[in-house]
Design a protein around this ligand. Sequence first.
Ligand code: NAI
Length: 289
Amino acid sequence: MGSYAVTGSASGMGQQAALKLRAAGHTVIGVDLADAEVVADLSTPAGRAAAAQEVLAAAGDRLDGAVLAAGVGPTPGPGRARTIFQVNYFGVVDLLEAWRPALARAADGGPSAKVVVISSNSTTTIPLVPRRAVRALLAGDAERAVRAVRLFGAEAPSIAYGGSKIAVSRWVRRRAVTPDWAGAGVRLNALAPGAIMTPLLQKQLATPKEAKAIRAFPVPVGGFGAPDQLGDWMVFMLSDAADFLCGSVIFVDGGSDAYFRADDWPARPSLAGTPRYFWRFARAALRNR
Ligand code: NAI
Protein backbone atom coordinates (compact mmCIF):
# COMPACT_ATOMS: atom_id res chain seq x y z
CA MET A 1 0.00 0.00 0.00
CA GLY A 2 1.25 3.47 -0.85
CA SER A 3 1.53 6.96 0.61
CA TYR A 4 -0.30 9.72 -1.24
CA ALA A 5 -0.47 13.48 -0.72
CA VAL A 6 -3.81 15.07 -1.62
CA THR A 7 -4.32 18.83 -1.55
CA GLY A 8 -7.87 20.10 -1.24
CA SER A 9 -8.67 16.89 0.66
CA ALA A 10 -11.42 18.45 2.79
CA SER A 11 -13.96 19.04 0.02
CA GLY A 12 -15.19 18.21 -3.46
CA MET A 13 -13.01 16.24 -5.85
CA GLY A 14 -9.92 16.14 -3.60
CA GLN A 15 -12.06 14.72 -0.79
CA GLN A 16 -13.38 12.02 -3.12
CA ALA A 17 -9.86 11.06 -4.21
CA ALA A 18 -8.74 10.88 -0.57
CA LEU A 19 -11.75 8.75 0.44
CA LYS A 20 -11.20 6.30 -2.40
CA LEU A 21 -7.46 5.98 -1.80
CA ARG A 22 -8.06 5.33 1.91
CA ALA A 23 -10.79 2.80 1.11
CA ALA A 24 -8.24 0.95 -1.05
CA GLY A 25 -5.90 0.76 1.96
CA HIS A 26 -3.47 3.57 1.10
CA THR A 27 -2.18 6.22 3.48
CA VAL A 28 -3.35 9.72 2.56
CA ILE A 29 -1.79 12.91 3.86
CA GLY A 30 -4.41 15.55 3.17
CA VAL A 31 -3.59 19.25 2.86
CA ASP A 32 -6.29 21.88 3.29
CA LEU A 33 -7.27 25.05 5.13
CA ALA A 34 -8.99 22.90 7.80
CA ASP A 35 -9.97 19.27 8.48
CA ALA A 36 -6.78 17.81 7.05
CA GLU A 37 -3.62 16.07 8.30
CA VAL A 38 -1.66 19.14 7.20
CA VAL A 39 -3.49 22.42 7.74
CA ALA A 40 -1.94 25.10 5.54
CA ASP A 41 -2.85 28.10 3.43
CA LEU A 42 -1.53 27.49 -0.07
CA SER A 43 -2.14 31.11 -1.09
CA THR A 44 1.13 32.23 0.53
CA PRO A 45 4.74 31.14 -0.12
CA ALA A 46 5.20 30.45 3.63
CA GLY A 47 2.02 28.31 3.72
CA ARG A 48 3.19 26.33 0.69
CA ALA A 49 6.69 25.78 2.10
CA ALA A 50 5.24 24.59 5.43
CA ALA A 51 2.74 22.28 3.68
CA ALA A 52 5.46 20.78 1.48
CA GLN A 53 7.76 20.07 4.43
CA GLU A 54 5.02 18.72 6.72
CA VAL A 55 3.86 16.28 4.05
CA LEU A 56 7.43 15.07 3.47
CA ALA A 57 7.94 14.59 7.20
CA ALA A 58 4.65 12.64 7.51
CA ALA A 59 5.49 10.50 4.46
CA GLY A 60 9.09 9.77 5.48
CA ASP A 61 10.39 11.51 2.33
CA ARG A 62 8.77 8.91 0.08
CA LEU A 63 5.56 9.50 -1.91
CA ASP A 64 3.93 6.99 -4.25
CA GLY A 65 1.74 9.69 -5.68
CA ALA A 66 -0.02 13.00 -5.29
CA VAL A 67 -3.27 14.68 -6.24
CA LEU A 68 -3.22 18.47 -6.51
CA ALA A 69 -6.87 19.44 -6.16
CA ALA A 70 -6.82 22.50 -3.89
CA GLY A 71 -8.16 25.41 -5.86
CA VAL A 72 -10.37 28.47 -5.82
CA GLY A 73 -13.07 29.18 -8.38
CA PRO A 74 -13.71 32.24 -10.56
CA THR A 75 -15.98 34.01 -8.07
CA PRO A 76 -15.56 37.80 -7.99
CA GLY A 77 -14.06 39.61 -5.00
CA PRO A 78 -11.25 41.93 -4.02
CA GLY A 79 -7.80 40.53 -4.71
CA ARG A 80 -9.36 37.50 -6.38
CA ALA A 81 -7.02 37.30 -9.39
CA ARG A 82 -3.98 37.22 -7.10
CA THR A 83 -5.52 34.49 -4.91
CA ILE A 84 -6.46 32.44 -7.97
CA PHE A 85 -2.87 32.59 -9.26
CA GLN A 86 -1.37 31.85 -5.86
CA VAL A 87 -3.51 28.81 -5.08
CA ASN A 88 -4.29 27.34 -8.52
CA TYR A 89 -0.83 27.78 -10.04
CA PHE A 90 1.81 28.23 -7.33
CA GLY A 91 -0.13 25.94 -4.95
CA VAL A 92 0.56 23.18 -7.47
CA VAL A 93 4.02 23.89 -8.84
CA ASP A 94 5.73 24.88 -5.55
CA LEU A 95 4.51 21.71 -3.85
CA LEU A 96 5.39 19.46 -6.77
CA GLU A 97 8.89 20.90 -7.03
CA ALA A 98 9.38 20.18 -3.34
CA TRP A 99 7.89 16.68 -3.57
CA ARG A 100 9.61 15.51 -6.78
CA PRO A 101 12.61 13.85 -5.04
CA ALA A 102 10.24 11.96 -2.69
CA LEU A 103 8.21 10.78 -5.70
CA ALA A 104 11.38 9.72 -7.54
CA ARG A 105 12.53 7.84 -4.42
CA ALA A 106 9.29 5.82 -4.38
CA ALA A 107 9.66 5.07 -8.10
CA ASP A 108 13.29 3.91 -7.77
CA GLY A 109 13.25 0.18 -8.48
CA GLY A 110 9.47 -0.06 -8.30
CA PRO A 111 6.44 0.95 -10.35
CA SER A 112 6.29 4.59 -11.42
CA ALA A 113 5.01 7.22 -9.00
CA LYS A 114 1.97 9.13 -10.29
CA VAL A 115 0.82 12.73 -10.01
CA VAL A 116 -2.60 14.08 -11.00
CA VAL A 117 -3.03 17.84 -11.25
CA ILE A 118 -6.58 19.17 -11.47
CA SER A 119 -6.77 21.55 -14.40
CA SER A 120 -10.12 22.56 -15.96
CA ASN A 121 -11.88 22.73 -19.29
CA SER A 122 -11.71 26.51 -18.75
CA THR A 123 -8.31 26.10 -20.43
CA THR A 124 -9.99 25.73 -23.81
CA THR A 125 -13.44 27.25 -23.33
CA ILE A 126 -12.73 30.69 -21.83
CA PRO A 127 -11.87 33.10 -24.64
CA LEU A 128 -9.35 35.96 -24.50
CA VAL A 129 -7.09 34.72 -21.72
CA PRO A 130 -4.00 36.89 -22.30
CA ARG A 131 -0.90 34.93 -23.25
CA ARG A 132 1.10 37.43 -21.22
CA ALA A 133 -0.60 36.26 -18.02
CA VAL A 134 0.21 32.62 -18.78
CA ARG A 135 3.82 33.48 -19.66
CA ALA A 136 4.17 35.51 -16.45
CA LEU A 137 2.97 32.58 -14.31
CA LEU A 138 5.30 30.14 -16.06
CA ALA A 139 8.11 32.62 -15.35
CA GLY A 140 7.07 32.65 -11.68
CA ASP A 141 5.83 36.26 -11.68
CA ALA A 142 2.36 36.46 -10.06
CA GLU A 143 2.27 40.26 -10.00
CA ARG A 144 2.93 40.53 -13.76
CA ALA A 145 0.12 38.01 -14.30
CA VAL A 146 -2.23 40.13 -12.16
CA ARG A 147 -1.37 43.21 -14.24
CA ALA A 148 -1.97 41.28 -17.47
CA VAL A 149 -5.54 40.34 -16.51
CA ARG A 150 -6.41 43.80 -15.09
CA LEU A 151 -6.97 44.92 -18.70
CA PHE A 152 -10.19 42.91 -18.51
CA GLY A 153 -11.57 44.68 -15.42
CA ALA A 154 -10.50 45.14 -11.84
CA GLU A 155 -10.41 41.45 -10.96
CA ALA A 156 -11.45 39.51 -14.10
CA PRO A 157 -11.88 36.28 -12.10
CA SER A 158 -12.84 34.09 -15.08
CA ILE A 159 -9.90 35.28 -17.14
CA ALA A 160 -7.56 34.81 -14.17
CA TYR A 161 -9.03 31.35 -13.52
CA GLY A 162 -8.57 30.29 -17.17
CA GLY A 163 -5.03 31.69 -17.11
CA SER A 164 -4.14 29.81 -13.92
CA LYS A 165 -5.36 26.53 -15.40
CA ILE A 166 -3.67 27.03 -18.80
CA ALA A 167 -0.39 27.81 -17.04
CA VAL A 168 -0.58 24.85 -14.70
CA SER A 169 -1.46 22.47 -17.57
CA ARG A 170 1.42 23.78 -19.64
CA TRP A 171 3.75 23.39 -16.66
CA VAL A 172 2.59 19.77 -16.35
CA ARG A 173 3.21 19.06 -20.05
CA ARG A 174 6.60 20.74 -20.11
CA ARG A 175 7.88 19.01 -16.97
CA ALA A 176 6.24 15.58 -17.54
CA VAL A 177 8.50 14.63 -20.44
CA THR A 178 11.83 15.65 -18.91
CA PRO A 179 14.49 13.37 -17.42
CA ASP A 180 13.64 14.76 -13.96
CA TRP A 181 10.06 13.49 -14.19
CA ALA A 182 9.51 10.82 -16.91
CA GLY A 183 13.17 9.81 -16.65
CA ALA A 184 12.92 9.46 -12.87
CA GLY A 185 9.84 7.24 -13.07
CA VAL A 186 7.33 9.93 -12.07
CA ARG A 187 4.23 10.22 -14.26
CA LEU A 188 2.80 13.72 -14.32
CA ASN A 189 -0.64 14.24 -15.88
CA ALA A 190 -3.62 16.57 -15.60
CA LEU A 191 -7.36 16.04 -15.39
CA ALA A 192 -9.53 18.78 -16.92
CA PRO A 193 -13.07 18.58 -15.53
CA GLY A 194 -16.06 20.54 -16.73
CA ALA A 195 -18.70 21.79 -14.28
CA ILE A 196 -18.73 19.32 -11.38
CA MET A 197 -21.26 19.61 -8.57
CA THR A 198 -18.95 20.47 -5.66
CA PRO A 199 -19.08 23.30 -3.08
CA LEU A 200 -16.95 25.37 -5.49
CA LEU A 201 -19.64 25.18 -8.19
CA GLN A 202 -22.46 25.54 -5.64
CA LYS A 203 -20.93 28.86 -4.56
CA GLN A 204 -21.02 30.07 -8.17
CA LEU A 205 -24.59 28.84 -8.67
CA ALA A 206 -25.67 30.82 -5.60
CA THR A 207 -25.05 34.09 -7.51
CA PRO A 208 -27.91 34.64 -10.02
CA LYS A 209 -25.68 36.25 -12.68
CA GLU A 210 -23.07 33.49 -12.49
CA ALA A 211 -25.75 30.79 -12.29
CA LYS A 212 -27.30 32.06 -15.52
CA ALA A 213 -23.96 31.96 -17.35
CA ILE A 214 -23.15 28.47 -16.03
CA ARG A 215 -26.55 27.06 -16.96
CA ALA A 216 -26.30 28.57 -20.47
CA PHE A 217 -22.91 26.93 -21.08
CA PRO A 218 -23.15 24.12 -23.66
CA VAL A 219 -22.67 20.66 -22.14
CA PRO A 220 -23.61 18.09 -24.83
CA VAL A 221 -24.40 15.30 -22.36
CA GLY A 222 -26.36 17.74 -20.14
CA GLY A 223 -26.20 18.52 -16.42
CA PHE A 224 -23.18 18.55 -14.14
CA GLY A 225 -20.49 15.99 -13.37
CA ALA A 226 -20.36 14.07 -10.08
CA PRO A 227 -17.29 14.54 -7.82
CA ASP A 228 -17.39 10.84 -7.02
CA GLN A 229 -16.80 9.96 -10.70
CA LEU A 230 -13.92 12.41 -10.95
CA GLY A 231 -12.48 10.68 -7.87
CA ASP A 232 -12.55 7.41 -9.83
CA TRP A 233 -10.67 9.06 -12.71
CA MET A 234 -7.99 10.30 -10.33
CA VAL A 235 -7.59 6.89 -8.71
CA PHE A 236 -7.28 5.34 -12.18
CA MET A 237 -4.62 7.90 -13.16
CA LEU A 238 -2.71 6.95 -9.99
CA SER A 239 -2.91 3.22 -10.73
CA ASP A 240 -0.44 0.93 -12.54
CA ALA A 241 -2.81 0.96 -15.53
CA ALA A 242 -1.69 4.58 -16.10
CA ASP A 243 2.03 3.73 -16.38
CA PHE A 244 2.17 4.82 -20.03
CA LEU A 245 0.27 8.07 -19.45
CA CYS A 246 2.70 11.00 -19.47
CA GLY A 247 2.01 14.72 -19.93
CA SER A 248 -1.62 14.15 -20.91
CA VAL A 249 -4.51 16.45 -20.12
CA ILE A 250 -7.65 14.31 -19.83
CA PHE A 251 -10.92 16.18 -20.40
CA VAL A 252 -13.92 14.86 -18.44
CA ASP A 253 -16.40 17.60 -19.21
CA GLY A 254 -19.56 16.20 -20.79
CA GLY A 255 -18.34 17.20 -24.25
CA SER A 256 -17.95 21.00 -23.91
CA ASP A 257 -14.34 21.06 -25.12
CA ALA A 258 -15.23 18.93 -28.17
CA TYR A 259 -18.31 21.09 -28.80
CA PHE A 260 -16.25 24.27 -29.03
CA ARG A 261 -13.17 22.88 -30.72
CA ALA A 262 -13.94 19.67 -32.62
CA ASP A 263 -11.55 20.62 -35.43
CA ASP A 264 -8.82 22.22 -33.34
CA TRP A 265 -7.34 18.82 -32.71
CA PRO A 266 -4.70 17.88 -33.58
CA ALA A 267 -2.78 21.14 -33.75
CA ARG A 268 0.20 20.80 -36.08
CA PRO A 269 3.53 20.47 -34.27
CA SER A 270 5.48 23.71 -34.38
CA LEU A 271 8.60 23.49 -36.52
CA ALA A 272 10.44 26.24 -34.67
CA GLY A 273 12.96 24.73 -32.30
CA THR A 274 11.87 21.22 -33.21
CA PRO A 275 14.49 18.70 -32.14
CA ARG A 276 16.51 16.89 -34.80
CA TYR A 277 14.74 13.54 -34.27
CA PHE A 278 11.51 15.14 -35.48
CA TRP A 279 13.10 15.94 -38.86
CA ARG A 280 14.43 12.38 -39.13
CA PHE A 281 10.93 11.11 -38.42
CA ALA A 282 9.33 13.54 -40.93
CA ARG A 283 11.81 12.53 -43.71
CA ALA A 284 11.08 8.83 -43.07
CA ALA A 285 7.32 9.49 -43.16
CA LEU A 286 7.63 11.35 -46.52
CA ARG A 287 9.76 8.54 -48.04
CA ASN A 288 7.09 5.97 -47.03
CA ARG A 289 4.17 7.91 -48.52
P1 NAI B 1 -13.99 22.55 -3.55
O1 NAI B 1 -14.17 23.97 -3.16
O2 NAI B 1 -15.03 21.56 -3.16
O3 NAI B 1 -12.58 22.02 -2.99
C1 NAI B 1 -11.42 22.79 -3.08
C2 NAI B 1 -10.62 22.60 -1.80
O4 NAI B 1 -9.45 23.42 -1.94
C3 NAI B 1 -11.38 23.05 -0.54
O5 NAI B 1 -11.34 22.04 0.45
C4 NAI B 1 -10.62 24.28 -0.11
O6 NAI B 1 -10.59 24.51 1.29
C5 NAI B 1 -9.22 24.01 -0.69
N1 NAI B 1 -8.50 25.27 -0.77
C6 NAI B 1 -8.92 26.42 -1.36
N2 NAI B 1 -8.03 27.40 -1.13
C7 NAI B 1 -7.03 26.87 -0.40
C8 NAI B 1 -5.84 27.39 0.18
N3 NAI B 1 -5.51 28.68 0.07
N4 NAI B 1 -5.04 26.55 0.87
C9 NAI B 1 -5.38 25.24 1.04
N5 NAI B 1 -6.49 24.70 0.52
C10 NAI B 1 -7.31 25.50 -0.17
O7 NAI B 1 -13.74 22.55 -5.11
P2 NAI B 1 -13.64 21.42 -6.22
O8 NAI B 1 -14.67 21.73 -7.21
O9 NAI B 1 -13.53 20.08 -5.65
O10 NAI B 1 -12.26 21.85 -6.89
C11 NAI B 1 -11.13 21.01 -6.94
C12 NAI B 1 -10.28 21.47 -8.12
O11 NAI B 1 -11.00 21.25 -9.32
C13 NAI B 1 -9.93 22.96 -8.11
O12 NAI B 1 -8.60 23.09 -8.54
C14 NAI B 1 -10.87 23.55 -9.12
O13 NAI B 1 -10.33 24.70 -9.73
C15 NAI B 1 -10.98 22.42 -10.11
N6 NAI B 1 -12.15 22.43 -10.96
C16 NAI B 1 -13.42 22.44 -10.43
C17 NAI B 1 -14.52 22.40 -11.27
C18 NAI B 1 -15.91 22.36 -10.75
O14 NAI B 1 -16.84 22.59 -11.54
N7 NAI B 1 -16.16 22.06 -9.52
C19 NAI B 1 -14.34 22.38 -12.73
C20 NAI B 1 -12.99 22.33 -13.18
C21 NAI B 1 -11.94 22.36 -12.32
